[in-house]
Design a protein around this ligand. Structure first.
Ligand code: SF4
Length: 403
């Protein structure tokens, strides 16, 4: 589909970033880092949701002390986020973190930058140069006549220059902006300029769903060009949502092995025999914490559903107050409508353990196909080929238009 850009690989704790390593998901805790138990609780929830690397702010001495206790108990590597005080970077390294994020717009004195990079070099720890459109060095802003892709990339290059002066090279870079086209341009330019791994993100994307759309637009565009080694969704939401979104995006693009259910569902239409939105949401909830790498379909009618979702591992379609279960497009069982979600879970767990062939083999497919055919033809008789053409629908549409 595309060729992934070749980058220099670094290690963040045990997690590799760049080169041929899988693209990783990052997030950031929202607790006070000094609150050790609260922060660890959030880190465990993030790891369970698919987060590979987590960042915690290190903005005060208490935070650094918290990190010293958090790091040994964390299931995933920890990066300390540093903004204005370079001494906090030194304290975080002393606390045992696996890497740092420095904002070049906020720590500007070369001697401070070099002091941090020298210490990181001696400890063999990576640093992310985290350029942020909102906190760009004002001199660069002025030089480039505003916030531009060139200004952001130049900010990163200046920081790299200081790092190289002290012989430090364990670098990854981000050039985030809240404006998606600008962020995409900045990363493209950066990818053409350096060999370092890139951390992708749309900064301050905002609350879902708009935030999800913006972040996905920027991150997915770049990933499909082969740019990006690690990603973060910056959402105004529970960070678990960020981790989930990151993981889902990578699975959807085929960039990470599927670990979770890929729930597909029809958008519903006049032919739907059930409230598809309700059943799909209940199914999503039921599968949320189950690690089943399957594609599962929820379809509103037995007339078109099984055919349209024939590639899914498992699916269910509604008809005549019943749910028609199908595996790889083959009808395998019929269940009462209220048991649709439970039946999906039971069959999904069976398939996960034994495979789709075994699921088809255990079913009375002849009976299930007969029942499905009966419901299908009954619905076709009642509603015709085009359910949206039904008299009741036309009356409804006329009423909506005249209202
Ligand atoms: S025809 Fe059936 S499967 Fe297709 S959108 Fe309508 S209800 Fe869903």
């Amino acid at each position: 589909m595309y060729t992934r850009r070749d980058t220099q690989q670094i290690s963040v704790g045990k997690v590799l970033v760049g080169g041929s390593a899988p693209i990783t998901v990052q997030s950031m805790t929202t607790t006070k880092t000094a609150d050790v138990e609260g922060t660890l609780q959030q880190i465990y929830a993030l790891a369970a949701a698919g987060c590979d690397i987590v960042r915690c702010t290190c903005n005060e001495q208490e935070a650094a002390e918290g990190l010293a206790q958090i790091v040994p108990r964390s299931p995933i590597p920890i990066i300390a986020d540093i903004h204005h005080q370079y001494k906090m970077a030194l304290a975080a390294m002393e606390a045992g973190v696996h890497g740092l994020r420095l904002n070049p717009g906020n720590i500007r004195k070369p001697e401070h930058i070099k002091a941090v990079a020298s210490e990181a070099r001696d400890r063999n720890l990576p640093i992310r140069i985290g350029v942020n459109g909102g906190s760009l060095d004002p001199s660069l802003y002025e030089k480039h006549g505003g916030l531009t892709a060139e200004a952001m990339v130049e900010s990163a290059l200046q920081e790299i220059h200081y790092f190289h002066e002290v012989d430090f090279d364990l670098i990854k870079i981000s050039v985030k902006a809240s404006n998606v086209p600008l962020m995409v341009d900045a990363y493209r330019l950066l990818a053409d300029t350096v060999k370092y791994p890139l951390h992708l993100g749309v900064t301050e994307a905002g609350p879902p769903p708009a935030g999800l759309v913006k972040a996905t637009a920027g991150i997915a565009t770049l990933l499909l060009e082969g740019i990006g080694d690690t990603i973060r969704y910056s959402l105004t939401a529970d960070p678990v949502e960020e981790a989930r979104a990151g993981r889902q995006l990578l699975e959807a693009l085929g960039l990470r092995e599927r670990k979770n259910v890929d729930l597909i569902a029809c958008p519903s239409c006049g032919r739907a025999e059930i409230d598809v939105i309700d059943v799909a949401n209940r199914a999503m909830k039921a599968f949320e914490d189950k690690k089943l790498p399957l594609q599962i379909a929820v379809m509103g009618c037995v007339v078109n559903g099984p055919g349209e979702a024939r590639e899914a591992d498992l699916g269910i379609a509604a008809g005549n107050k019943r749910g028609h279960l199908f595996v790889k497009g083959r009808n395998v069982a019929v269940v009462p409508e209220r048991e649709m979600v439970d039946a999906l879970v039971e069959w999904a767990e069976f398939i996960n353990e034994h495979g789709t062939d075994a699921a088809i083999a255990r079913a009375d497919t002849k009976l299930a196909e007969r029942e499905a055919a009966r419901d299908r033809s009954q619905l076709l008789d009642e509603k015709g080929d085009d359910a949206n053409n039904a008299e009741s629908k036309i009356v409804e549409i006329r009423k909506t238009v005249s209202d």
